[in-house]
Design a protein around this ligand. Sequence first.
Ligand code: PEP
Ligand code: MG
Length: 582
Amino acid sequence: MLSLGGTGIGRGIAIGRALVLDAPQNEVPQFQIDTKRVDDEVLRFNRAIAAVRQELRHLQSNLPATAPPETSAFIDVHLLMLDDPLISKEPGESIRRDKINAEWALNNHANTLAAFFDNISDPYLRTKKDDVAQVVGRVMDVLTQRPERSPNLSGLGHALTDRIIVARDLSPADAVMLRHRSMAAFVTSLGGPISHTAILARSLGIPAVVGLHGVIDTIQDQDELIVDAATGTVLVAPDERLLKQFQRLQARQHDERQALAKIGEKRAATLDDQEITLLANIELPEDLNALKGSGAAGVGLYRTEFLFMNRTEPPEEEEQYQAYRQIIQAVNGPVTVRTLDLGADKQVDGGRDEPKAAMTPALGLRAIRLCLSEPSLFKPQLRAILRAAVHGDVQMMIPMLSSLPELEQSLSLIREVCTELEREGAAFNPNVPIGGMIEVPAAAIAADLFAQKLDFLSIGTNDLIQYTLAIDRVDDSVNYLYDPLHPSVLRLVRNIIQAGDQANIPVSMCGEMAGDPVFTRLLMGLGLRQFSMEPSQLLEIRQQIRNTRLSAVPEWIDRILACTDTAALHELVDQLNAQECV
Ligand code: PEP
Ligand code: MG
C-alpha cells in the first residue's frame, strides 16, 4: 500500500479504480467546426502536411556526414507514409464531411492505418506502426503549434461511475467535457485550492486531491484507490482493514449529507434573525440541475466563458441569447451574468492554441481588458445579455476591473449597445443593474470610487488572493502561500464591504472563500450579507449561518483583525468556529 499527500478539495471520501488519463503528448483536441470554417480547416490541414514534407526533405538534404547510411532511407519511408492517402488526403475529406477539426480527422485515419499494421503477421512490417505514429506526431505538432498540456478526454466513455480520474492537470475546457460523466473523484499532479480543477470538483460535489506531484507516474490504470479529500490523502492499493474503515466513514458521511439535505428548505438566517442571501455559481445551462434542493435564492455568478470553450468560433449573438434566456427563465430568482472572463487560465481550448504567449498571462489581456480590445467579441455578448434580460431578474457583472477609465469605457459601450438595440426596435432591458467584480487589489483599495459608478460589487477572492499575495492560482508550487486569512486579504475584503455599505449598494462574494464554512462566521462578522458559491456548498454554509448568533461575532473580528501573528490568527478563527452557537 502507498499513501500520497496533496491538497484536498471538499471533505468527501471516494473509493474506486484509477482511470489514468493519457500523458499530455498523446492528447488530440477534438471539436466540431462551423460549415463556414471548413475551407479554412482543410487549408490548415494541407499546410501542416506541406510543412512536414518540407521539414523531412530539409532534414534529408542536411544530414550530417556522421549519420548512419540508412537514415536517408528512413526519411524516405516517412515521406512515403506522409503521402499515404489515409494521412494526407482522407482527413481533409473527413473535415468536410464530418465538420470536425483537423487534429481529430487526422487522428481517426492514423488509427485506421495503425490498425492495419497491427494486423500484419510479419513482425518487421508490424514495427512500421511506430513510424506512422512518428509521422502523425510531426503533423500534430505543426497543427497544435505547441506541446500539449491536457489529457485526452474526448475519447472517454460517458459514465465514469466509481472511477477516479488521475491526470496531470485539467483545464477549464477539460472541465466542460468532464462535467456530465459522474466520476467518483479527481486526483491531479498540478493545481491548487482555487484552480479550475478544484472549482470543478466543488461544483460537482465530488472529492478531489490536487497538487499531488508525480501522481501520473505513480498510479497505474485500474489501481484501487481511496481518496480522502479532508486530509488530502490518496491511498493506493489499500489493505482490507483500511478499505473497511473508509467504507464505514464514507457511509457515515453519506448519512450526514442526507440529514443536511433537509436544511435546504429552511431560512438562511442567523439565530438572532439576520437574513443572509445564499446564491449559486454556475457555468453552463446544464448546471441548473444542481440548484434543485440547494435552496439557492438565485445565481450570484454565471461564468459565461464556458459557452465559448472547446470550439473554434465564438458563439453568435443568437446562440448566446438562447443560452442566457434558458438560464434566466429556469432560475427562481435573480441571475448575475458575468461578461466574458477569457484569457490567462481560461483559454477557449485549454491552452492549446494560445496565439500570443504572454509572459504573465494572469496580468495580461484577460477578461474586461480582452473584451474592450475586441468589441466584435464583446458587443454580441452585451446585446445577448440585454435581450435575454427581458425574461427575468438579471444583473450584469464585469470581471477584473482595475481602473476607472476601463469601467467608464465599459459603461459607455453598454449604453452604445442599448442605443443600437433601441434603434433596431429589439426587445431588451435597458435598466439591467451593472456590477463589478472586485478582484484586483487596485480596485479593492479604491472600492469606494468604483462603488460610486456601479449598482453592486462582488468580491472575487480567487483572483483577489492571487493578485494580492502574488501567487499564480494555477502554479501549484506556490500553493502553500494561498491564505484567505492573510491580513492584507482580510483588510481588502473589509474595505470592499465598507465601500459598498457607504455607497448603499449590495456587496456579495463569489470566490471560493464564500463557499468554505471555515470563513462563514468571519465574513458575516465583516458585514457580508450575500454569499455565492458552488451549489454543492450551499447546504453546509446555510447550516453554519443557522448555527451562528451574529451579535456575538464582532468582538472576535476585532481580535482577528488586530492579530499580528499568522498562527495565532488561524487559531482565533478556529476558536470562533468552535463556539457552540456563538
Ligand atoms: C474569483 O476570481 O474569485 C471568481 C469568482 O472568478 P473566477 O474564479 O472565475 O476567476
Ligand atoms: Mg476571477
